[in-house]
Design a protein around this ligand. Structure first.
Ligand code: AMP
Length: 285
């Protein structure tokens, strides 16, 4: 695996590979890698001859400074995992490399209602930060294929919209969520959970499964209340638990029995905020 720290160097290298007709697949991450990230590398490997992973903890997408400061960094282990997984290139830029002009006058993107609901509501500015970093990286890396996890369901939709409004020539692949044996979605933030919090964290998966198993047409509010009580029993502090149209993310409180639904949760175990989602209508998966 070749490591690049400078944008112009990886850009040059990739443009040479593309001239040879190779397909380039890119997996963006913030590091502290786990099997969820590696599953994206494997998906990229299926389609592409060259697989690039980037690791960059993007300051502009953190609305909470503590979350940013405490974000886990395990770079040596990450490099080992990537080497074992067969990634070809690693892009590991500094903050200055990505934001040479600092953080003033960063580009703003018209994301419409997508940045006002769910993660957008509870993490103001988060998706602008995601788009700022993604548009810089897309231009630098210039891959034909991009691999993202459905674990960050709304982020996938935001990046899909960014690609559309900026007309970036890149194809987005949304990959399934990798879970621990008890169902907890793998996440770098899981490393910050103590033993009790880790045991309780499974409540998110249990609440999502409860919604999926008990979904019936009509008013969904009582179902969501019951699912929320599962989270409260496991000591979660809940930002949101909701059902939404899986293609538009419009919140759905009364289900007509036909719309495809995704259930979404964001909740805290003490200081650690976790998110997860599940497609809950039978036509999916
Ligand atoms: P992160 O490093 O958390 O920013 O995640 C980098 C990419 O990995 C994003 O596209 C995430 O959606 C994806 N990802 C994170 N956790 C998982 C998981 N458990 N399963 C599949 N993909 C994941």
């Amino acid at each position: 695996m070749i490591l690049f720290k400078r944008g112009h160097e990886i850009h040059q290298h990739i443009s040479e590979l593309k001239k040879k007709g190779l397909l380039i697949g890119w997996v963006p991450t913030m590091g502290a890698l786990h099997q969820g990230h590696l599953s994206l590398i494997q998906a990229a490997r299926q389609d592409c001859q060259q697989v690039i992973c980037s690791i960059f903890v993007n300051p502009t997408q953190f609305n909470n400074q503590t979350d940013f400061v405490k974000y886990p960094i395990t770079i040596e282990k990450d490099i080992q995992l990537l080497t074992e997984s067969g990634a070809d290139l690693l892009f590991l830029p500094t903050v200055n490399e990505i934001y040479p002009m600092g953080f003033d006058r960063l580009e703003q993107f018209d994301l419409g209602k997508l940045e006002k609901i769910f993660e957008g509501e509870f993490r103001p500015g988060h998706f602008q930060g995601v788009c700022q970093v993604m548009s810089r990286f897309i231009k630098i890396i210039d891959a034909q294929h991009l691999y993202l996890g459905r674990k960050d369901y709304q982020q996938c939709m935001v990046i899909e919209k960014l690609i559309k409004i900026m007309q970036f020539p890149i194809q987005l692949h949304k990959c399934p969520t990798e879970r621990e044996p008890d169902g907890l979605a793998m996440s770098s933030r899981n490393m910050r959970l103590n033993n009790t919090e880790r045991k309780d964290a499974v409540g998110i998966f249990q609440a999502l499964s409860y919604i999926k198993q008990n979904l019936k047409a009509g008013n969904l509010q009582p179902l969501l209340e019951k699912a929320k009580s599962i989270l409260l029993q496991k000591n979660f502090r809940v930002d949101y638990i909701a059902t939404a149209d899986s293609t538009t993310l419009d919140p759905i409180q009364a289900w007509d029995g036909r719309q495809s639904l995704v259930a979404l949760i964001a909740a805290y175990q003490n200081e650690v905020r976790l998110i997860d989602n599940e497609l809950v209508t039978p036509s999916f998966d």
